[in-house]
Design a protein around this ligand. Sequence first.
Ligand code: UTP
Length: 462
Amino acid sequence: MKTAIEKRLQEAGQEHALAFWKELDDSARHRFLRQLESLDLDLINKLWTTRHASADWRSLAARAEPPPAIRLDRAQQAATSLAAQKKGEAALRAGEIGMLLVAGGQGTRLGFAHPKGMFRLGPVSNRSLFQILLEQLLAARRRFDAPIPLYVMTSPATHEETAAYLAEHDYFGLPAADVQLFCQGVMPAVAIATGKLLLAGKDALFLSPDCHGGMLSAFESRGCLNDLQQRGVRQLYYCQIDNPLVCCCEPELLGHHLLADSEMTTQAVARTNATERVGNIVSVDGRLHVIEYSDLPQDAAQARDETGLRLWAGNIAVHVFSTDFLVRAAGDSESLPFHLAHKATPHLDANGMLQTPEAPNAIKFERFIFDLLPQAANGLVVEVAKAERFAPVKNAPGSPADTAAHSQAAICAQHRAWLRAAGAKVDDQTAVEINPLFAIDAAEVAENIAPGTVISQPTYFR
Ligand code: UTP
């Protein structure tokens, strides 16, 4: 078996991967061979040889238009919202909706040593991100009396711990039969200078998860897409583990998606300034695209019209996919292109010594789920207010944005606003947190809180 792999590696100019073979014992050899066998050397070679062929962002941006969208604060908005809300609720009640949570990231910027979903964020309750989101899904299930199966994407680095954590907490009240974990794939890294595979050890390649776009092939190959179809789920609601303000299976978003007969709909927030670090959702030649902030030329990012920034739509990674669209996209191995990221990556050198460079030395290959947008028929954008739907936990304490403290402040601000709308009195310094099983939104808070209630100390409503 080793000979066959050795030959393949030689043909691909990657025979150095076996440089330390003689030093390995039988079990290390066995493990390493399995890893090498799973490599798609032709793909790696193709990605390396085409590494300079990047998209022409300037030309794309020159043709970019604001996307077709349901905007906030438009005259027709109230009536459209109500119709969408009803449509989405009906689909939920009919059991046509599933939810996908991507939680395979390594949370490098946050610097947390466990899967990010285990990070305790609840400003008063100290609940973890997993608990916050899964309880919200439970509340939606109860409200609509709907099964809503949940699929959680993990990665090799997070799978075991995530599985043990969720099982230990009884899936935070969700029936175990309706929760399925699936592990995303990995890609090797290659040296920027030579295209050679990097070794993490004498018996291991350096591998990293293929980013959230890895969801498509993993969802299919691990049987989840089939499960979705078997359950009669027609639309899949996608969100990320690190945004506690996400509204799991929001009826209005689902309804807009259904009313527009869209194959993929995405929630967006209005960018407030030209340098904001979010992807820009734009329309090019009648198709939706996301152009990352780093790829959008300054003139396009800054252009304004009477409504504000012309390319206004910031991606918050909340999407709805039709199941039929996912089936079609999963059937095409090229539906998601690879992006190249230059990263500083520890690796073994030719002498077997560990090198930990500070400057980028490696190319990692990643896929992004939003690259499905251009392939979707009737793709649609639905605007939401940032303060109500987007407060991701990305960075370590002390960073200027997207820290746990920023996210907690956003949760408290939202819940204070709901309480005040219900007639409660609470000042800006008092931390409050509402469990979705107590109230899922402002209207439900009003049903459960007596007007005039005074809240003067940190309070967790549950
Ligand atoms: P980010 O791109 O913010 O990455 O992920 P991250 O891993 O959380 O943090 P950094 O970049 O290492 O600091 C956005 C969402 O995509 C998921 C994450 O779990 C998060 O929900 N993700 C990211 C995956 O599921 N797999 C990946 O390979 C990368």
